[in-house]
Design a protein around this ligand. Structure first.
Ligand code: HEM
Length: 306
């Protein structure tokens, strides 16, 4: 019992630390602090304790420190899950993915500082961090024994719904990449109106950045419609309250995400709004990953019964 409480504390602390890493990374780029420590890593400006303190240096250095703490705490979480929760079939896979994606995330972060990168490569970073956060979220749900509390093994997810969850997983990552590209291509404020770009501007005169911005909005709109459509489908065809309420929550998160997207434009990219835009998609994606996990289990169960 005592151990279980300790495991839950470790899981929650890991989850929040990962969220800080993710949002911290977004803050670093949004405030243009990526080179706050110069092209120097792991030292800052080539020094252990830098002498010339600037706001950019503080933001970049804090992000590095939080990442350092995350490496330790997520490492502990991985050991706890590996040793005590292997009775859940997916634990091993999730621990390996957590470690793997954390390493890739850290290398991309260090790479961004040490080597000049293209926007296309920089934009990958956010998607990788998102997967890292989602794997820690799923391990947390396992440690909290959510499946047992809600009898999720009783839920039968049909092939149609499974395909939708898998499709949404891939498509969300594409939309996320398009959003990260908006940021890294400095295309955040190239269209100052919503839903259209700029009053009276013909599509034929769009710049590359404006196409990236409008492409992101269009893809985001389709994602929103897909999520809402699935909610209607679930309410019409499924009895499970757990599925319905869970997907309702996902729909609320994606709705807030769309509103925040519009607000990024209207507030001329207020940094807090832009950070919330990064936060809500992280929460939506993590929840979506749990539905993907349920779909995968349901598929396996059906195969075993045949
Ligand atoms: C389903 C909806 C949406 C998703 C999944 C999504 C996802 C994202 C992601 C992942 C980023 C990068 C965040 C970061 O790197 O910190 C981003 C940036 C951005 N998105 Fe979206 N977005 C959505 C809707 C919208 C909408 C509707 C708009 C505009 C009307 C919008 C406008 C922007 C802008 C301007 C940025 C750049 C923000 C910045 O410079 O910090 N997004 N989006």
């Amino acid at each position: 019992m005592k151990n279980q409480i300790l495991h839950k504390i470790i899981a929650i602390v890991s989850l929040f630390t990962m969220l800080f890493v993710l949002i911290g990374g977004a803050l670093v780029t949004k405030t243009g602090s990526g080179l706050g420590c110069g092209r120097s890593w792991p030292l800052c400006d080539g020094q252990l304790i830098p002498s010339n303190i600037t706001p950019e240096l503080i933001i970049e250095l804090s992000h590095r420190l939080v990442t350092g703490v995350a490496i330790i705490i997520v490492g502990i979480l991985a050991i706890v899950a590996w040793r005590h929760y292997q009775h859940v079939k997916e634990t091993k896979f999730l621990v390996i993915m957590t470690i793997l994606f954390f390493i890739i995330q850290s290398l991309l972060g260090a790479g961004a500082v040490l080597i000049e990168q293209t926007s296309l490569i920089k934009a990958l970073h956010f998607g990788v961090s998102l997967i890292s956060f989602a794997t820690v979220f799923l391990l947390t749900l396992i440690i909290f024994n959510i499946d047992k509390h809600f009898n999720t093994d009783q839920i039968n997810i049909t092939k149609t719904l499974r395909t939708n969850f898998y499709g949404l997983f891939v498509y969300t990552l594409i939309v996320v990449y398009s959003g990260a590209l908006v940021r890294h291509k400095s295309a955040s404020l190239v269209c100052l109106e919503w839903p259209h770009c700029n009053e009276g501007q013909a599509i034929s005169t769009f710049s590359v950045e404006q196409w990236i911005q409008m492409g992101h909005r269009l893809m985001a709109g389709l994602l929103f419609i897909w999520v809402v459509g699935l909610l209607i489908y679930l309410f019409k065809n499924y009895k499970s309250n757990f599925l319905k309420q869970g997907w309702f929550l996902a729909t609320v998160l994606i709705t807030i995400q769309v509103v925040l997207g519009a607000l990024v434009i209207f507030t001329l990219r207020n940094v807090n709004i832009a950070l919330m835009h990064a936060l809500f998609i992280s929460l939506f994606f993590a929840l979506l990953c749990y539905f993907v996990l349920l779909a995968y289990r349901s598929n396996n169960k059906n195969n075993n019964e045949q």
